[in-house]
Design a protein around this ligand. Structure first.
Ligand SMILES: C[S@@+](CC[C@H](N)C(=O)[O-])C[C@H]1O[C@@H](n2cnc3c(N)ncnc32)[C@H](O)[C@@H]1O
Length: 241
């Protein structure tokens, strides 16, 4: 009898522990990632059939801020396509130097931009530009490779420009990003078009619509629309299924 009571007690404790773990759990299910010999500019880590690319790194900061970027990528059209509301809370995830962060901040005067990156040098750049521009509705957030450190239910738009393909832990990151969305919130992925061989970007830094849709479906997001007017990139809008 004593043994039975002890068993039932341990059993119910283990259920309670498992349930308590769930809301904050970020660990990807076992076997979600595979490993192979890295291709050029790849990491050798494979997620849903795609080899994850290497991280661009802070040495690429000048490239992100190059003066010809607006014309090459029509970043002005991208900003229009986001259809921002003045009160929006936007998470710019993989914000880098803040090329989009600061352009968005002036469009959401009654909202804010949470600029997330994992590289401390990028966070320093973001804070320096914040000081220079005087835009008080920008908050730089040092995330980790598995967690953007966003509060649950807090974000109207999660924007990932040229960043998602280099997340080393895409399943964990996207699980947390979905958790951070307000009801009706959007995730916008902007990625160089893998379907187009004329886009002059290394293969692992591009993504197709089919691949992105498959990966977003795994975290409960479905593709709502694609903005097709940029010269080199897809703008893919996802919402909760
Ligand atoms: C190619 S840059 C793009 C920067 C910016 N979105 C832009 O378009 O100017 C990609 C950025 O993603 C960041 N990054 C990579 N993995 C990340 C992660 N798990 N969480 C947040 N940022 C990440 C890198 O540090 C880098 O600054």
């Amino acid at each position: 009898m004593k043994r039975l009571i002890r068993f039932l007690l341990l059993f119910s404790l283990s259920i309670a522990f498992t349930q308590a773990q769930q809301p904050g759990t970020t660990a990807a299910p076992k076997g979600v990632y595979q490993y192979q010999k890295p291709a050029y500019d790849g990491t050798g880590k494979v997620y849903m059939g795609r080899e994850i690319s290497q991280v661009m790194g802070h040495l690429g900061a000048a490239w992100l801020e190059r003066p010809e970027r607006e014309q090459e990528e029509r970043t002005d059209l991208l900003l229009d396509a986001l259809k921002l509301k003045p009160t929006d809370v936007v998470a710019d995830i993989g914000a880098g130097t803040g090329y989009f962060t600061f352009r968005i901040a002036s469009n959401v005067p009654n909202g804010k931009v949470l600029a997330v990156d994992i590289e401390p040098e990028m966070i320093s750049d973001l804070n320096r530009t914040k000081k220079k521009t005087g835009l008080s509705n920008v908050e730089a957030v040092l995330g980790t490779i598995t967690d953007p450190k966003l509060p649950a239910n807090s974000v109207d738009l999660a924007l990932l420009v040229d960043a998602y393909h280099e997340f080393s832990h895409p399943r964990e990151m996207m699980t947390q990003i979905v958790r951070a969305l307000k009801p009706g919130g959007r995730v916008v992925l902007v990625e160089y078009r893998a379907e187009d061989p004329n886009v002059p970007i290394k293969p692992h830094h591009k993504m197709s619509i089919a691949q992105a849709t498959k990966e977003m479906k795994a975290v409960g997001l479905s593709l709502k629309s694609v903005y097709r007017k940029l010269p080199q990139q897809h703008v893919m809008v996802f919402e909760r299924q």
